[in-house]
Ligand binder design. Structure first.
Ligand SMILES: [Zn+2]
Length: 381
């Protein structure tokens, strides 16, 4: 466009010329490569939420909710406006990861489950956090869908005129002197190509959407057998988090601390009779056996102690409420046994099994009340 034309448009439109990078609703818009410096406001926003006074006091389950809320804002707003550089996404993920495990944005505890696994949905073994890198790709993937279906979109007409100049998107490669944002969009187009082999979105039913693009990018995932036990709605959320770590063998038991060189003592903190492994603590330990017997006595049913996940998955219980209560009670027991182990390790005293069972009962009865189930309905003693 000639300078005279530009001046004329500016005069009649009342717009003022700006220079890159400029801000649109506080978001930097740039044709050049963006880095951490351009996205400080975005990172600050995440840090502010995580460093707030209340956030420091949250349990694992509460932290998980906060992380999901922070990332949801990132995904529903920021990623829709511009391509977030990977260095920035890495930085945000690091803040969230540190916060999940140590309650602070600083590195405090070694993560026991890696971030990619945490980002799987709950049915597939994760915590249901959305993977920001893949989500950003799925959002930018919508430009590929516009190209593939030859949508009559102003943006598409513009890039065809400026960059593609009559070439087909499928074979197009940007030159090195085109803008950073355009090259990023082209990289995503290359990733999305297999999804548009027939010219339309043919991988999942319906037209392209960010959520089905995201699912496709995640690839095939396998459901985990323990999903119904760990994520049933009657569970106390903080119990579910510890249960999720136990079924994966990811609590910091002494055998694992020994392997990491953190302790030289592998003996069970409660009984001292055998090495403290997950198998020992949540199956073989005499303390656990006593607690388990009290639990099954209270519930009035016999449950195999050594293969709980298999038994629970296969159990055809006619009452969903009963099945959820039994599942919640088992995970509550695991949670309190882990707490009893921590007390034994730190304070060198062992909580009496009957006291532990009282805690389990209290939590389960409280959860039933929250769900508006009376004792008569639940048939709990
Ligand atoms: Zn033991």
């Amino acid at each position: 466009m000639e300078q005279g034309e530009i001046d004329y448009i500016l005069r009649i439109s009342g717009f003022k010329p700006g220079i890159f990078p400029f801000r649109y609703l506080g978001v930097p818009i740039s044709h050049k490569r963006m880095g951490i410096g351009d996205c400080t406001r975005l990172i600050e926003k995440v840090m502010n939420r995580i460093q707030s006074w209340g956030a420091k006091k949250l349990s694992y389950a509460g932290r998980l909710v906060l992380i999901k809320a922070v990332l949801s804002q990132l995904h529903s707003y920021w990623t829709r406006i511009f391509v977030i550089p990977l260095t920035v996404i890495d930085r945000i993920e690091r803040i969230c990861r540190n916060y999940l495990w140590s309650g602070s944005d600083q590195y405090g505890k070694t993560p026991t489950v890696n971030w990619d696994n945490i980002c799987k949905d709950k049915k597939h073994g994760g915590l249901g956090i959305v993977n920001s890198r893949i989500w950003n790709t799925a959002v930018i993937g919508k430009y590929t869908s516009w190209m593939a279906v030859k949508s009559d979109h102003l943006w598409l007409r513009w890039v065809c005129h400026i960059y593609m100049k009559g070439r087909e998107w499928y074979d197009y490669t940007p030159t090195v002197n085109t803008s950073w944002t355009w090259r990023k969009i082209c990289q995503v187009m290359d990733i999305m190509k297999p999804g548009f082999i027939t010219g339309t979105w043919a991988v999942l039913p319906g037209s392209y959407s960010v959520s089905n693009g995201y699912k496709w990018l995640l690839g095939q995932q396998h459901p985990v057998t323990w999903y119904p036990l760990i994520w049933n709605r009657t569970l106390v959320p903080r119990h579910a988090f510890v249960g999720w770590l136990i079924v994966q063998g990811r609590l910091m038991t002494r055998d694992r601390l020994f392997r990491f060189g953190i302790t030289a003592d592998m003996a069970c903190a409660i009984c001292s009779l055998q090495n403290e492994t997950h198998q020992h603590l949540f199956s073989d330990c005499i303390y656990y056996t006593r607690c388990w017997d009290l639990l099954t006595e209270w519930l009035g049913m016999s449950i195999p102690k050594t293969s709980v996940v298999t038994w629970y998955t296969a159990w055809r219980c006619p009452s969903l409420m009963k099945k959820q209560i039994i599942g919640a009670a088992i995970i509550a027991l695991w949670y309190h046994v882990w707490n009893a182990r921590n007390i034994a390790r730190i304070e060198e005293r062992v909580l009496a099994p009957r006291v532990l069972l009282r805690k389990v009962k209290h939590d389960i009865q409280g959860r039933c009340q929250e769900r508006k189930w009376s004792l008569k309905m639940t048939k709990l003693p």
